[in-house]
Design a protein around this ligand. Structure first.
Ligand SMILES: C[S@@+](CC[C@H](N)C(=O)[O-])C[C@H]1O[C@@H](n2cnc3c(N)ncnc32)[C@H](O)[C@@H]1O
Length: 249
């Protein structure tokens, strides 16, 4: 694994399983989640950014469709990014594509603080952030047929076979994504983990409402997706990175 450290460590899987159970947590109603709740340390700068920029740029999770025009103060193409990590790529893309609006979803608070810091530093106005499980955000806050694009970059690969059930990109999740996309809207995925790339290609290709923009294979990296420092390091070591770009028919 050459990208971000992921929550794939071994010890005490059972405890972890209960930790990642649905927040509404009853034994009857559990969902296997794609993340573990980590008590990551929020730095002083991130805390300051959360306090200063949170009120303007963080949208609280709510079980009702988000009014994008009200949230962004304009009407523009809508792109959802899932699991933005520290937000470096999000900020770079939003800065290069000022005509588009980006809703970033991330569960990890230090990451939310880090992105807010970048938003403040660069004076970006076309990003809003939700700190919550993206599956619930998609189900409850994103209206059907409303998105122009979805970005998911280097999602946790969950290396071990017994953890593959935690991977985000699975048939049910992709069907949910597709239902939120407008016809013609796109899904752009990237990963540096070959086995996950293969799974992504298989799952997206099997979804009848999607069309692969690259024939039957992986896509060239679109210019708007910057090469991250992790990726650059991996590429130098000879590791691969796979992009997939599919469109809703
Ligand atoms: C390996 S990191 C990649 C971060 C970033 N996209 C990048 O390229 O550096 C995956 C991120 O997805 C987040 N994540 C995983 N499942 C999620 C979910 N269901 N909802 C929101 N964020 C999620 C994790 O907290 C983590 O920050």
């Amino acid at each position: 694994m050459i990208h971000d450290p992921t929550p794939d460590h071994d010890e005490n899987d059972e405890a972890k399983d209960s930790e990642v159970a649905d927040g509404t947590d009853t034994l009857r109603h559990r969902r296997i989640r794609s993340f573990v709740t980590r008590a990551g340390r929020v730095s002083t700068g991130q805390r300051r950014a959360l306090d200063e920029f949170g009120p303007r740029f963080v949208v609280p999770f709510a079980p009702q469709p988000l009014d994008w025009d009200a949230a962004f103060g304009r009407s523009a193409p809508r792109v959802l990014e899932i699991g933005f990590g520290m937000g470096t790529t999000t900020a770079e893309i939003a800065s290069a594509r000022q005509a588009d609006d980006f809703l970033g979803v991330e569960v990890h608070e230090p990451g939310v603080g880090a992105l807010l810091k970048l938003i403040g530093k660069q004076g970006l106005t076309n990003i809003r952030v939700v700190q919550h499980d993206a599956v619930e955000v998609l189900e409850q806050m994103i209206a059907a047929n409303s998105l122009d694009g979805v970005h998911i970059y280097f999602p946790d690969p969950w290396h071990k076979a017994r953890h593959h059930k935690r991977r985000l990109v699975q048939p049910k999740f992709v069907a949910l994504l597709v239902s939120r996309l407008k016809p013609g809207g796109y899904i752009h995925l990237a990963t540096d983990w070959q086995n996950y790339a293969e799974q992504m290609l298989e799952v997206l290709s099997a979804e009848p409402a999607l069309e692969n923009t690259a024939g039957t294979s992986y896509a060239p990296r679109p210019d708007y997706r910057p090469v991250t420092k992790f990726e650059r390091r991996g590429l130098k070591l000879g590791h691969g990175v796979w992009d997939l770009v599919f469109k809703r028919c």
